[in-house]
Design a protein. Structure first.
Length: 244
């Protein structure tokens, strides 16, 4: 298709914020892979070169989109002074999941982001660091644990949102059941000498592995929070032993 005719009025109306807004609309409707400078130029009625007055390249646009989408995320919603540190951690995780669910582009943009860090990211990190330091974790240990939890939580949420990976989509119920039965047969066909537990658990393994992972959200949070509690207990015991 020929490039659109760009008028001075269109150029005047074109702002960085307007391009980001349209890019978010497009990405939300069709996926992040649909967002290209050429496509946006066509939608906005300007030439692709007009966009380069506002963005160095597509990565610059992606970074701006990420900062806009994540701007108002707040993992401290619902915090109360009476909450224990574990209750605040649980609330923070729930807030992150709820707010990410409400922003279809939050995960893919976070993955694609290459900037110095959206302000919202630093705000969330500050909140988590404050919780763990107040709980009694050493500063470096708290930072390591936040990084670990972030990786686990992001991986889980990506699993829930398989559409964040281009070309992937959750199959329908009939396809899931067909794959489940095939998976179970594969497990049942394993030699019992080396895989006795898997063979005996074939039905459960096949059902759980192919079920909607959203069912295991509470288990996921429990695993992380109970792990944090145990690590804090171990750290406290070690510090007490060192003072003796």
């Amino acid at each position: 298709m020929p490039a659109p005719s760009e008028t001075s009025a269109q150029r005047a109306r074109l702002t960085r914020a307007a391009v980001v807004e349209r890019a978010i609309e497009l990405g939300t409707a069709e996926g992040l892979e649909a967002v290209t400078l050429r496509r946006l130029a066509g939608d906005l009625g300007v030439t692709p070169m007009a966009l380069y007055r506002h963005f160095r390249d597509k990565q610059d646009l992606i970074n701006a989109m990420a900062e806009a989408v994540l701007a108002d995320m707040d993992i401290t919603v619902g915090f109360r002074l009476s909450m224990t540190w574990t209750e605040r951690i649980r609330r923070a995780m729930a807030n992150y999941k709820e707010q990410t669910d409400a922003r279809p582009l939050a995960l893919p943009l976070s993955i694609a982001y290459s900037g110095d860090g959206p302000p919202a990211f630093w705000t969330m990190l500050e909140a988590l660091l404050g919780i763990l330091l107040e709980a009694g974790f050493e500063r470096r240990q708290a930072v390591i644990l936040i990084r670990t939890i972030s990786n686990l939580l992001a991986g889980y949420l990506v699993l829930l949102r398989q559409d964040v990976v281009p070309g992937s989509a959750r199959p329908d119920d009939r396809e899931v059941e067909r794959v489940r039965k095939r998976f179970e047969l594969v497990l049942l066909g394993l030699p019992r000498e080396g895989f006795a537990n898997l063979v005996a658990s074939a039905d459960d393994v096949a059902e759980v592995w192919l079920s909607d992972p959203s069912q295991w959200w509470e288990n996921t949070v429990d695993l992380m929070v109970f792990g944090l509690e145990r690590l804090l207990e171990r750290s406290t015991v070690a510090k007490r032993a060192g003072r003796k």
